[in-house]
Design a protein around this ligand. Structure first.
Ligand code: PHE
Length: 340
């Protein structure tokens, strides 16, 4: 390639602009009627016959380079401006679409739970995430040797063994009963912390919603009815519940509630571990000792309480398999809840 062509090639490669006007001038400079490459084509006859073919190819390559560069810069400029060459706003341009945020699935489900209980007269109560031994354990009838008080389950504040991150939202029950006299009807949402290994099924932090109902003549049947209503509101009217005897220091009798597995319809699948049932909450009649600790006369009043894991319920509702997804804030996961 001769030096003239080499010089042109360097010029074309080096050219940059962010204006349509300059870009058009660039095109005309080489490819216009009197453009440099056009003139070279016109003069091809003056080239010795044996060099003509190679020369023609070289000029053609340069022409393609100009066209490529033109398209590339044009799309760059297009992308960066909504103003056309005449500096007028092009009102026919589509607007830049706005990225919509989405609520976190845990918030979505918490709201759903609130809504179910609001309809039957429950209000919301909250409490602190850093709690003392009294609200977490002692007031709730935990014996001094109970394993939950062990370092292995509870995150204590290093400098004060009386203070810990709350391990359950039952501490809010205590705070409500300290302040209010029956009738009490509250649900208490909150984050809780346990010293557990992080796996697909367990995490050191999760969300619970506690429920507490204290009044005259509250019975186990009232609790069962309330929980059955909740399960049907939450998961659909085809869902059945069952209560299994259990133990909590602050309720007597205590139970665990299962719902019929919505994935296999109760036939058995790997989500319900082939039992047809999925455990979703713990519950029971408030232990008379707890009422007495709060200065509420257990001869006059009775109540029920329940506590559920929000992640567990979310997993049932949306069939997510790994609890860690809720805390990673991976936009690809969260986007799937955009429409909720
Ligand atoms: N606090 C219990 C837990 O964290 C749940 C519970 C709440 C059980 C209220 C009974 C009554 O497992």
């Amino acid at each position: 390639m001769n030096t003239k062509l080499e010089a042109l090639q360097r010029e074309i490669e080096a050219f940059q602009t962010d204006s349509f006007e300059k870009l058009d001038k660039f095109r005309l400079k080489y490819l216009g009627k009197k453009g440099e490459l056009t003139l070279l084509f016109d003069n091809i006859r003056s080239i010795p016959a044996e060099e003509r073919k190679a020369f023609g190819q070289n000029v053609n390559n340069l022409k393609n380079k100009v066209l490529e560069k033109f398209e590339m810069l044009k799309s760059q400029i297009d992308a960066h401006t909504v103003v056309n060459v005449k500096n007028e706003v092009d009102i026919s341009c589509p607007a830049n679409s706005m990225e919509l945020g989405s609520r976190h699935p845990i918030s979505v489900v918490t709201q759903k739970i609130y809504h179910a209980f609001e309809k039957i007269g429950f209000t919301i109560a909250e409490g602190p995430e850093i709690e003392d031994d009294w609200h977490l354990f002692s007031a709730l009838n935990f014996p001094p040797e109970h394993p939950a008080r062990d370092m292995q389950d509870t995150f204590f504040v290093a400098t004060n063994p009386d203070i810990a991150l709350r391990t359950h939202t039952s501490s809010i029950q205590v705070r409500v009963m300290e302040k209010h006299r029956p009738p009490i009807r509250v649900i208490c949402p909150g984050r809780v912390f346990r010293n557990e290994v992080i796996t697909a099924r367990s995490h050191c932090m999760f969300h619970q919603i506690e429920g507490l109902y204290v009044d005259k003549n509250v019975s186990f049947a009232d609790m069962k009815q309330t929980l059955q209503y909740f399960a049907k509101e939450m998961f659909g009217s085809h869902i059945n519940i069952r209560l299994r005897p259990s133990y909590f220091p602050f309720t007597e009798p205590s139970a665990e509630m299962d719902i019929s597995c919505d994935i296999c319809g109760g036939k058995g699948c790997n989500l319900c571990k082939y039992s047809g049932w999925v455990e979703i909450l713990g519950c029971g009649m408030v232990d008379p000792n707890v009422l007495a600790n709060m200065g509420i006369n257990p001869e006059e009043y009775s109540g029920f309480a329940f506590g559920m894991g929000v992640e567990r319920i979310t997993q049932q509702l949306y069939k997510t398999k790994d609890i860690r997804l809720f805390f990673e804030n991976d936009v690809r996961f969260l986007k799937q809840f955009e429409s909720l």
